[in-house]
Design a binder for this molecule. Structure first.
Ligand code: NI
Length: 180
């Protein structure tokens, strides 16, 4: 399995609308496995293919604490939603930022599984929120889009600063000329 690179906001590729999967073949299964590995390695509970720069309608999720409930949703659709409420969300593409977003707390999802077979799932709480957040990614939408423009500006600035700090930490310091 391979750990994939996650795109970060405001990368314009995160705005791509993903295409439906026609056939669930070995390539799709490999991608699902790589996405799960990438999600676990990044300590996430959900990941959409869009975030790893693959623009096909595939997402993975696991809200358990011990990585025991991995889900793959291919061509997912929410067919029923109930009970709107606010939940604090974060996103692997917007690292270190958390804010409240209102979404349905119970959803029924229809999708194809890793085996290519259709299934329906009634999800609630964190899993329901996660599925809606990931489907948004497949439509080129991020959770920060629900926040005010002022907040988004602050987030962009903070992420830019964080990226600079990380880049500096990775680059060994150039030897300095001796002080005279
Ligand atoms: Ni996300």
């Amino acid at each position: 399995m391979t750990r994939l690179t996650i795109l970060e906001y405001p990368d314009p590729r995160l705005r791509t609308v993903a295409q439906p999967v026609q056939v669930v073949d070995d390539e799709v299964r490999r991608l699902v496995d790589d996405m799960l590995e990438t999600m676990y390695a990044s300590r996430g509970i959900g990941l959409a293919a869009t975030q790893v720069n693959v623009h096909r309608r595939i997402l993975v999720a696991d809200v358990s604490e011990d990585h025991s409930q991995p889900y793959a949703f291919i061509n997912p659709q929410v067919v029923q939603r109930e009970q709107v409420g606010a939940t604090q969300e974060g996103c692997l593409s917007v690292p270190g930022i958390f804010d409240d977003v209102e979404r349905a707390q119970r959803v029924r999802v229809r999708a194809l599984g890793r085996d290519g077979k259709p299934f329906e799932l009634d999800a609630e709480g964190l899993l329901a929120v996660c599925i809606q957040h990931e489907i948004d990614h497949l439509d080129g939408k991020l959770f920060v889009d629900y926040l005010s423009e002022l907040k988004r500006q602050r987030i962009r600035k903070k992420l830019e600063k964080d990226r600079k700090l990380r880049a500096e930490a990775r680059t060994p310091e150039r030897p300095r000329a001796p002080a005279i």
